[in-house]
Ligand binder design. Sequence first.
Ligand SMILES: [Fe+2]
Ligand SMILES: [Fe+2]
Length: 182
Amino acid sequence: MNAENIKNEAYQLIDKYFMPAKAIIVKDFLNTYGFWDAPASTKYHGNYPGGLAEHSLAVAKNLLMLTEKLGLKWDNPGSPFVVGLLHDVCKMDQYKLISTENGYQYVYTNDSIYSHHGEKSICMLANCVTLTQEEIACIRWHMGAYETDTNEWKYYGNAIAKYPNVLWTHTADMMASHIEGV
Ligand SMILES: [Fe+2]
Ligand SMILES: [Fe+2]
């Protein structure tokens, strides 16, 4: 899907799942911080301009599909879209394009004022949307087993026990990045 189609589809879904005033704020937030042009990684899935938006929309659609097929219940019925679209906003300022001998490539930046991954997304969203506790848990733990600190497993288990949709969020993220390749 090309970048314009991705943005158009995302805008339609933002209008569907957010109240009108909030939809304006969410679009403004994404536009301001370069969501539509950012990559999703330096060398893995979505390592091209627009990769972040493509990946995020894919995760949102996977979570909506899983919710419908499996009858998942959420505190906020719009959460599958909210979590999917916004779980990786931490990546909006995580990469920069540099020129190399072979052309261009993305490298990590190190001037963000927030660290980690899911936590960074939650920090960046704090002025944009009021997340439910379930949405916070799902965004915080969307990397599941790919968290680097193994001591975190206990907390991941606790999060799944309290909010089973944490596991489905991680599944939707893995489906997009490891099966669909976006
Ligand atoms: Fe992520
Ligand atoms: Fe992701």
